[in-house]
Write a protein of this length. Structure first.
Length: 114
């Protein structure tokens, strides 16, 4: 948890962008592997939608949300909008297309050695 304190101190005193690359990375790995932290499990996989939508959403937000102290707002807004678009993308595009894949699969014939 030292890395969380270091990130918070850098946020207050300056140099956050330099410190977060080291201490923030360690903090993310610690939280991901900690047995005491449980993350909610989803019944679907929005990862491709996050991959597709994150960059355009961040760029639009960067145009409209300006200022030195607005970055927490822009991160929260980008996270919320990207998550929503990724979820919609999964249920409206990916899931129907993946169901077509299952229907079109033909059973394979087993080939026995001669």
């Amino acid at each position: 948890m030292l890395s969380a304190c270091v990130c918070a101190a850098a946020l207050h005193f300056g140099g956050f962008s330099v410190v977060v690359s080291w201490a923030g990375t360690y903090l993310v790995h610690y939280l991901a592997r900690s047995p005491s932290v449980t993350l909610p499990r989803l019944n679907f996989d929005p990862s491709y939608g996050v991959y597709i939508w994150a960059f355009p959403v961040q760029q639009v937000i960067a145009i409209y949300v300006r200022g030195r102290h607005w970055w927490p707002v822009s991160i929260a807004l980008a996270l919320a909008v990207t998550s929503g678009l990724a979820t919609l993308s999964y249920f409206l595009i990916e899931k129907p297309v993946l169901s077509l894949k299952r229907r079109s699969e033909k059973p394979r014939l087993a080939v026995s050695p001669a």
